[in-house]
Design a protein around this ligand. Structure first.
Ligand SMILES: O=c1ccn([C@@H]2O[C@H](COP(=O)(O)OP(=O)(O)O[C@H]3OC[C@@H](O)[C@H](O)[C@H]3O)[C@@H](O)[C@H]2O)c(=O)[nH]1
Length: 443
């Protein structure tokens, strides 16, 4: 659950949409001030407000004739959303009259930790321009490491990491992992692969090629550099599960020739390759099986259920539940996932580890919950609620898993990891993120 802080004292809005300061409470009702932890010799703690200043910030909308638009005005507007970190922000100014946008570059970056060379790692993140990758990059950068991002920008976006371009600890390479890549590094987070069902089915052959060739190339790199290698696998390796909840010992129920096979079989063979290099060549490996995850920077047209439902509810459109909506999913918030990935990378566990939330919903109940949260946030932020969205039903996709919830005993015991964010809290933040995108005209 979340609550608003008193917004008094914020600069006048000048017709800009107002975003209240947000107070975020964890599952036990305690205020979340920071994410991460100090464990396994790796301190990953970061102040939440600093992290949030990197994604929860709309463009400034410049309106002709309303007296807005001075430099001070723009600076004040940005400061309102970044709460104390304004000095480290570039400005993006939207001009509705010409439907154009002007960017300034950063003159100062957010403060990153100053680590001694012995603690500073050279970290490669493949898929670092994507939804999950960019949040991982933010965290690793703020922690003071040297980060190189590889991305072909098929589903990822340069804007997700643009705020680090030019920083001496950061490098961005447009590169497709199906081609070899040479670099010296200490850790590899291998995330690169489209993850949304419509995207990964768009070019099935390319998806399986990315999973296989990309993983082969990155494991080869890990072997040569002796870097620790973490692959982001997926709950989809369990297919349409006959065991519930799914623990890591379950071998899964996957249709090898169905439309989802390019992704789930792709990730299964990527895991097989990973353990092949581990057994044969002694590569130090970590395998995270990620369950459904959501949060800011998820592409609004990604096609996955959380972004679809929030956008539909925000626009007052009908919400599309596929099938009767009795199928279930368990949804985790992005910051919990990043905590889990960093914990796994730095712990000793080489077996696969589920990273996901126990909060299981039927898709129909989830649609209703999202609709309620969107209405509440709109009311709190003084935005007109509009018509109540109807829930309509569409065809059920082929091989859509009927139920999914992780057994996270291994993550709890071996990593000391448990999700902290509630679904309601995460959806609320994501709603604010999309509302800001709508206000600035980019959605
Ligand atoms: O608009 C929509 C979108 C989706 N859905 C349903 O909502 C459920 C979840 O669908 P999503 O597309 O978000 O995600 P899925 O669970 O099918 O696949 C995901 O699984 C785990 C990750 O590895 C991947 O991100 C993704 O493949 C499915 O049952 C789907 O049919 C709707 O009812 N309406």
């Amino acid at each position: 659950m979340t609550a608003r802080l008193n917004t008094a004292g914020l600069p006048p809005s000048n017709g800009q949409p107002t975003t209240p300061a947000i107070m975020t409470l964890d599952r036990d009702g305690k205020l979340i001030k920071e994410v991460g932890f100090d464990r396994f010799g790796f301190d990953s703690r970061v102040e939440l407000s600093l992290l949030r200043s990197l994604y929860l910030r709309p463009h400034y909308v410049k309106r002709d004739g309303d007296g807005s638009g001075s430099d001070n005005d723009e600076t004040e507007h940005h400061a309102k959303f970044v709460q104390g970190f304004a000095a480290y922000q570039s400005k993006s100014i939207y001009h509705p009259a010409t439907h154009s946008i002007s960017y300034t570059t950063l003159s100062r970056f957010p403060p990153v930790k100053l680590l001694p060379p012995s603690a500073r790692k050279r970290i490669l993140v493949t898929g670092g321009g994507g939804f999950v990758g960019s949040h991982l990059v933010d965290r690793l950068m703020l922690l003071g490491h040297e980060v190189t991002v590889l991305d072909n920008f098929f589903t990822g976006s340069k804007t997700n990491v643009a705020h680090w371009v030019g920083h001496p600890n950061f490098e961005l390479c447009r590169h497709d992992v199906v081609e070899p890549f040479m670099i010296e590094c200490d850790q590899i987070y291998h995330l690169a692969c489209p993850a949304s069902p419509p995207h990964y089915q768009f070019n099935a052959v390319k998806t399986i090629k990315t999973s296989f060739m990309g993983t082969l190339n990155m494991l080869g790199l890990a072997k040569r550099t002796k870097a620790r290698f973490l692959i982001t696998s997926t709950s989809e390796v369990y297919g349409d599960p006959e065991v519930h909840p799914q623990n890591e010992e379950y071998w899964g129920n996957v249709n090898p020739i169905g439309p989802r096979a390019c992704y789930d079989e792709g990730k299964r063979v990527a895991e097989t390759l990973t353990y092949g290099f581990h057994r044969q060549d002694g590569v130090d490996v970590r395998v995270a099986r990620i369950f459904n995850t959501f949060g800011p920077r998820m592409n609004p047209y990604d096609g996955r259920v959380v972004s679809n439902f929030i956008i539909q509810a925000l626009k007052g459109e009908d919400m599309t539940v596929y099938g009767d909506g009795a199928q279930t999913r368990s949804f985790q918030y992005i910051h919990d996932l990043v905590d889990g990935l960093i914990a796994l990378m730095n712990a000793d566990e080489t077996r696969p580890v589920n990273i996901g939330s126990p909060d299981e919903f039927t898709i129909l109940d989830f649609a209703r919950a999202v609709r309620d949260i969107v209405e509440r946030v709109k009311r709190e932020d003084g935005v007109e609620v509009g018509r109540k969205c109807e829930i309509i039903h569409g065809p059920m996709p082929t091989d859509d898993p009927q139920k999914r919830r992780p057994d996270t005993t291994r993550a709890r015991e071996k990593l000391g990891w448990e999700p902290r964010w509630t679904v309601a809290m995460g959806v609320e933040e994501m709603v604010r993120y999309y509302m800001a995108k709508m206000a600035e005209g980019s959605l």
